[in-house]
Ligand binder design. Structure first.
Ligand code: ADP
Length: 598
């Protein structure tokens, strides 16, 4: 579709360009033609004036010569040879001075009495020119003018004849005595014209070319002559009796330039001076203009092509930019959708997390309560001991007071105070343990947590006859919930106690140290270790190998989640020397600070 349109446009452009070229040619040719015609017209005027002035110059020469006494003498006495000879010489001299072809005197019948060319082979003396029209005109008292090819000399010329009278008084009144003739050479003009590129021709009243810068055109007519005219020409021997054919009958090569022309009448014989403006020149000028137009069109076409290409490039760039914009918009939309999906997922996750957290809290609480039940006996024992001591110290104090032994009484009372402080401590621990933690995040000194857990389990270790060796190698501070941390330690120690219950050796060790930014607590027992099938489910909630009432299977699950909440890990393996080892890793406070700083 697009290519069809551009093809159509191209064709239109070609048609337009052709029209411009053709119009340019036609207009340029017309203008050149009119310019050249104008030029020819001017040339014509100059040539005509030139010709006219020459013709005019000799108009009066024969008239003036007619009054010479020798001339009148010759006419009166044609036999006077002496006088004739004198006249011949005089005419010859005048002819040479005035640079005409010939000057001669005719008697009343047209016979030549004397002539300037008397001494040449083609002398006119004795020749009869009565047939020439110029003679007839002059003998009848009119100036005779004629152009023709000389009868005797065969040289063309312009003849001016004037009648001769005996005196000025007779002029126009009496018949003329004879005729004085001057023959002028006009072929000089042909030489002048030869510098012109355009053909120039001088025709007589009948349209016969007798002077021209094209030799081959001479004695041919502009248009065919009819029989009467031909006959007339023969009668006057004007052009030496040669047949006059029209110019058009010339071979083509000889009539180059013949065609359009401008004319101007010149002289007194109805002559036409004709200039043929060169058609080749018109064509040349028109071609030059056309070439200029073609060049201009080519430049315009190239410029337009360049502009078109530039615009296309810009458009391409624009469309690619648009494409980019569209792609970006699409991507943005996709991303927004993805973002929205993510947000929805995140909200769901949050919800799930919340649910998990509350479930976890509930689980922890349940685990704690279960543990409390288990610990109840131990706690009772733990409290019983100081309570019994208090009673004993109180009894002692009463006795010492009655004996007025105040010092001893005071000592026993301070024992009571110590014991009750110890009890308060135990109760306080239990309070803290049973309380549902609200994620009171704080800095925990792990050695303190270990101490607290050991204290709570002290009695149980005693009843089981197990030993607990605590090795605090490095002090370690972590971030988390202190109560929950203690709960984890109690869980692990209690499991260890359970594990060594039936073992020969009942040794439990706890080591605290630092290892690459982490606090590491290793709790190892001398129990049977963890069987492979148990290891798979170790941290699953409600997984237990203990008889009902003794274990709930929540301890490790809760412990693991508490440790994870502190960004830590809880792992278990069997020690190469036997027994299980639980390893607790929690990031140190310093490393947390570093993470926060970065
Ligand atoms: P419970 O102690 O109530 O059974 P726990 O989650 O604390 O629940 O422990 C799950 C199980 O892991 C125990 O039943 C026991 O089989 C195993 N276990 C825990 N600690 C040890 C240990 N130190 N040595 C061997 N087995 C252990």
């Amino acid at each position: 579709m697009k290519s069809r349109k551009s093809l159509l446009l191209l064709m239109l452009a070609i048609i337009c360009a052709s029209a411009v070229v053709v119009t340019t040619y036609v207009l340029a040719a017309r203008k050149a033609s009119s310019d050249i015609s104008e030029g020819s017209e001017r040339q014509l005027q100059i040539v005509a004036l030139d010709l006219e002035s020459v013709l005019q110059k000799f108009e009066t020469l024969p008239f003036a010569l007619g009054f010479q006494s020798d001339v009148l003498q010759a006419l009166a006495q044609p036999g006077d040879q002496q006088n004739i000879q004198r006249l011949n010489l005089a005419l010859q001299l005048i002819q040479r001075q005035s640079k005409v072809v010939a000057i001669y005197v005719l008697d009343r019948k047209g016979l030549t009495l004397a002539s300037s060319n008397w001494d040449t082979a083609t002398s006119f003396v004795g020749r009869d020119f009565g047939f020439r029209p110029y003679f007839s005109a002059a003998i009848n008292g009119q100036p005779g003018r004629f152009y023709g090819i000389g009868n005797a000399t065969n040289v063309p010329g312009y003849f001016i004849a004037q009648p001769i009278y005996a005196s000025a008084a007779e002029y126009g009144r009496k018949a003329a005595l004879g005729v004085m003739v001057v023959k002028i050479d006009l072929t000089e003009f042909e030489h002048t014209w030869s510098s012109s590129e355009d053909p120039i021709a001088l025709t007589d009243s009948r349209g016969v070319v007798f002077l021209s810068n094209r030799q081959e055109w001479k004695y041919h007519s502009m248009s065919p002559l009819n029989g009467a005219v031909q006959q007339d020409l023969t009668g006057t021997h004007q052009y030496a009796d040669q047949p006059i054919t029209p110019l058009i009958s010339l071979p083509k090569a000889q009539r180059i330039g013949f065609g359009q022309h401008v004319t101007r009448e010149v002289g007194r014989l109805g002559w036409q001076l004709i200039v043929f403006p060169s058609q080749a020149r018109i064509v040349r000028i028109a071609m030059l203009w056309t070439l200029a137009a073609v060049l201009l069109l080519a430049i315009a076409a190239i410029t337009m092509w360049a502009i078109y290409q530039r615009r296309r490039r810009l458009e391409e760039r624009l469309t690619s930019a648009e494409y980019l914009d569209r792609t970006i918009a699409l991507r943005t939309q996709e991303l927004m959708v993805a973002n929205h999906t993510l947000e929805v997922k995140y909200a769901k996750l949050k919800e799930t997390e919340h649910l998990l957290r509350s479930t976890q809290n509930n689980l922890i609480q349940a685990g704690k309560l279960a543990m409390l039940g288990q610990m109840a006996a131990g706690i009772a024992h733990e409290l019983n001991q100081p309570l019994a001591a208090i009673r004993a110290f109180a009894d002692n104090a009463i006795t010492f007071l009655s004996r007025e032994q105040r010092d001893k009484a005071t000592e026993n009372l301070s024992h009571i105070s110590n014991a009750s402080a110890r009890m308060g401590k135990i109760v306080g621990q239990l309070n803290g343990f049973s309380r549902k933690s609200h994620e009171a995040v704080a800095v925990i000194d792990l050695s303190k947590s270990i101490e607290a857990a050991a204290l709570l389990l002290n009695n149980e270790f005693l009843t089981h006859g197990a030993s607990l060796r605590i090795d605090i190698r490095d002090a370690a501070q972590v971030v988390g919930d202190s109560v929950r941390t203690e709960q984890v330690l109690i869980n692990l120690l209690r499991n260890a106690l359970d594990a060594v219950d039936n073992a020969e050796q009942k040794n439990i060790s706890l080591v605290l140290e630092q290892e690459t930014g982490e606090a590491v607590i290793r709790i190892r027992d001398s129990g049977p270790g963890i069987p492979a099938q148990v290891a798979l489910h170790l941290f699953e909630p409600f997984f237990t190998t203990k008889p009902s009432g003794k274990g709930l299977g929540l301890g490790l699950a809760i412990s693991s989640s508490i440790v994870q909440a502190m960004n830590g890990r809880l792992a278990a393996h069997n020690h190469s020397d036997g027994g299980a080892e639980f390893v607790l890793r929690i990031p140190l406070l310093e490393s947390m600070d570093k993470v926060l700083e970065s």
